[in-house]
Design a protein. Sequence first.
Length: 543
Amino acid sequence: MRVIDKPKEQLLSELLQMHQRIAQLEKIVAERKRMAKKASILIVDDDEGTRSSLAMALSKQGYKTETAGTGQEALKKAEGRFFNIALLDIRLPGMSGIELVAPLKKIHPEMVVIIVTGYASVETAVQALNLGASGYVTKPLNMQQVLALVKDTLEKQQLIADKQRAEEALRESEQFNFNLVEQSPHPILVMKTDTTLVRVNPALEQLTGYSASELTGLKAPYPWWTEETPKDKIGRDFRAAKDGKGERFEEKLRNKSGEIFWVEIIPTAIILNGEHRYNLVISTDITERKQAEEKVREAETLRELDRLRNELVANISHEIRTPLASIKGFATTLLQTDVKWSEQEQSEFLTAIDQETDRLTRLISDLLDMSRLEGGALKLDKDNYQIAEILELVNDSLLSLTEQHQLQVIVPEDLPSVFVDAMRIGQVLTNLVENATKFSLTGSPIIIEAEPSDEWVILSVTDMGEGIPPELLDRVFDRFYQTESIATGRKTGTGLGLSICRGIVEAHGGKIWMESTAGEGSKFSFKLPVSKKEKEVAQNSNH
C-alpha cells in the first residue's frame, strides 16, 4: 500500500482504522478456507458415464457435485442453488453447451463455466470462451487435467471474490471512518513527522477559528500556539508515543480571535512499514473545566492568603508586643526615682532597649521590603563587587547572629566579581544565616561558601540542624510560611525572611533554592550573575 499516493481523506481513514482492515482481511482468509471446502460443481453432460466418472473424481477431492443431462435440467438446478463451477458438454440435446453459457451466467454472474469438448470442436469451444466461459477441456478426458483445472479455477475465483470483498469492506470502512472523523465533536488533525498539517476536521476548525485551507500545509509553530507553548513539545510527545510511552497532556492555546482555550491532547504515532511517518492528534476542549479549576484555585488561594494574613497579624502582634514590652519595662525601670541604679545596670538596661529597638526596626524593614517586592518598587543600587567585600559589609551582623555557633566562611580568592546591590545581597546572607541559627543546635557549625559556575557565582549557607521534610521544601520560600525553631520549639518571626531573600535574588536575575536531608541539616543556595566586566575579560582571554 503506497500511502503517500492516496487522497488525504483516504489516508486519514486508513490511519484511524488500520486494525479494522487487518481484522477484515483475516475474516476474508477464513471465509476463503471455508468456501474451498464447500465448493459446488454442476456437471452437465448427456453421457451418463462421463457424468458419473467426473462426479466420482471430484467428490473424492471434497467437492460437492450435482449432475444434469440436459440444458433445461441444468438451469433448473442452477436456479435452486449456487454452483462455483459448471462443467458443460458442448453437445447437449435441445440446448447446446454454448447456448447454455449465457443463461447460466445470468443466474450466477460469478459462476465459472468450463466447456467439455472433443478435439474436432475446439473452435466451437473458443466461441464459448468469447461468450463468457472461462476455459475448456477436451475429450477423451484426462481426469488429472480436469482436477488441476478445477482447483486452479476455484483458487482464481476465490481470489477474485476475496479482492472484491476486501475492496468493498475497505470502501465501507473508509467511508465510515471518514464520516466519523468529520462528524466527531473532538478536534482532530493529522501531521507529517516534520509537523506539516495534512488534514484537520471541522471540530478543530471551529475550535481554533482557522479554516482547513488556512491550516493545511502549515508547519509548526502553529497559529494557535501561545508564548507559553513549549516549542519542542510536539517532537518530544510523539517520540514518546512512538515508543509506547505517550501520555495525555494539556495545552493552553489561543484561537484566531485571540481568546484563550485549553485542550487535552492524545498523541499517536502512525507507523507504516516500520517507519514513523504520520502523527495523529485527537483533542478535547477542556476550557470550561480549566476555568472552573482556576476559580477553585483562586478561591483556595484567597482562603489561604486570608489565613496567612491572620497568622501574620497574630505573629506581628506578638513580635511587636515582645520588644515593646521589654523597651517599656526597661525604660520604666530607669525612670524610677526611688531606686538608684549602678552604671553597669543602667548600661545593661540601655543595651536591652537598643537590641529590642533593632528587633522592631528589622520587623518594620521586612514588612516594607515585602511590600516593595510585591509592588515591583524595590530599587537596586548595583555595582561590581567581590563576594569578600559583601561579607565584610555584614561581618558584624553575621558574628552577632552566630555567637552561639561556629561560623565558617569559605570564599576562593580568585572568585569573579558580581554586579549586584551589595547591601541587598548582604541582607540575603544575613537572613539565611539567621534562619540557620534558628534551626540548628547551639555550638553546631554554620558554613558560608562561594564558588564560580560558568557565568554565575553560587553562594550557599549550610547548617547541621534537623533538616526539613521533602514535602515542605517547595513551601519554605512562601510568604508568611513558618516552621518551628529547633532551639525554641515554636514558630518564630513573621515568615517573610526567606520570601524576601527569593525576591531580592530574583530581582538580580538570579535563582535561590534549598536542599535538605532530615536529621542532617539544610543548605540554602543562590546564584548571582558575574559582572559584565568579568565576562568581557573572560571572552577576550578566550580569543
